[in-house]
Write a protein that binds this ligand. Structure first.
Ligand code: SAM
Length: 297
């Protein structure tokens, strides 16, 4: 590892040690001896839990160029499949099937690669294929919900590059091949957002540009699946849930990308008499503790 990374890691550790105030000891030497032995015995937690995280952090510092929206494969994909089955009321074998369906989808990969090329930020198709599980992340759960519930209207607030849009429209495309027609509406305040939504996929939905709350106020159809992923402040999240409450269909599922950080979706579920279940990501080989998907259903 380079000297610079070593130096930063040393600074990090010194910062941690600086917060541990050494207590002056007036113990007898026997008690002091016991205390030291006990301390050494209890230190197993460092090797077992903390050192792997610190090593992952140092490696990431050295080799990654990501600053936020980290990508990583999931250690606990089986938890996601179990969560999907419970939230949609499906058989676990069906949840397993739709998760593998998106992993095996080479057509989707080529759409994403083409769309990104057109936008001037080329994606390497083989690299994308190899890392798609990491790049799709928890959106795999969004895909599964749409495939299993066959919604008529799916809304995602905050589309960014449009990876969620593309995945959700792909799910609607497959639903339509099976005779279930549905549409997607994405919202984003950034007029340049959504470049990954290719022409073929955009047949299943569109992006409305502007403030998400304004767009949601204008929605007239009933919403089956709602995904909150725009402004991540707790107040804005709560405001989005308030605006859509009376627009939800009886079989609606509301997903939150902020549920690892706030209790707003849980509070919404309590108010609406819905169930609540959070899927918590366990990133593989990454120091980030993971986000998740909250579901009110
Ligand atoms: C975390 S990103 C969305 C990621 C996306 N859902 C995906 O699957 O990749 C958040 C997005 O919300 C948008 N945003 C922030 N505040 C907003 C607002 N008030 N109304 C609409 N979009 C907003 C940002 O421009 C950004 O693109």
């Amino acid at each position: 590892m380079r000297t610079l990374t070593n130096g930063i890691m040393q600074q990090n550790l010194q910062q941690v040690l600086g917060t541990v105030v050494a207590a002056s000891s007036n113990l007898t030497s026997e008690a002091e001896h016991y205390r030291i032995n006990n301390l050494l015995a209890r230190n197993w937690g460092f090797n077992f839990y903390l050192a792997p995280r610190l090593i992952e952090y140092a490696k990431w510092l050295e080799s990654s160029d990501e600053r936020s929206n980290f990508t990583y494969p999931l250690k606990n994909l089986h938890h996601l499949k179990g969560w999907l089955a419970v939230v949609t009321g499906s058989k676990i074998s069906d949840a397993d099937r739709v998760v593998h369906e998106i992993f095996d989808d080479d057509w989707l990969v080529s759409e994403l690669v083409q769309a990104s090329l057109k936008h001037g930020c080329p994606l390497d198709a083989n690299g994308f294929r190899a890392h798609r599980a990491a790049l799709y992340g928890r959106r795999i759960g969004w895909y599964g919900i749409v495939r299993l519930k066959k919604p008529r209207l799916v809304i995602e607030t905050g589309v960014d590059r449009g990876l969620g849009s593309a995945i959700l429209c792909r799910a609607l495309m497959r639903n339509s091949d099976e005779g279930f027609i549905g549409e997607y509406l994405g919202t984003d305040i950034n007029p340049r957002a959504g470049h990954l939504l290719s022409e073929s996929l955009a047949q299943f939905g569109r992006i409305a540009y502007g403030d998400s709350i304004d767009t949601l106020k204008a929605v007239e159809s009933t919403i089956d699946i709602f995904i909150n992923d725009s402004d991540h402040s707790a107040q804005y999240e709560a405001d989005e849930y308030d605006v859509i409450t009376d627009k939800l269909s009886d079989r609606s599922i509301v997903l939150g990308d902020n549920s690892h950080a706030t209790d707003k979706l849980f509070q919404f579920a309590v108010r609406c008499g819905k169930q609540f279940l959070h899927f918590a990501e366990q990133p593989e080989g990454h120091w980030y503790p993971g986000a998740g998907i909250g579901a009110a259903f």
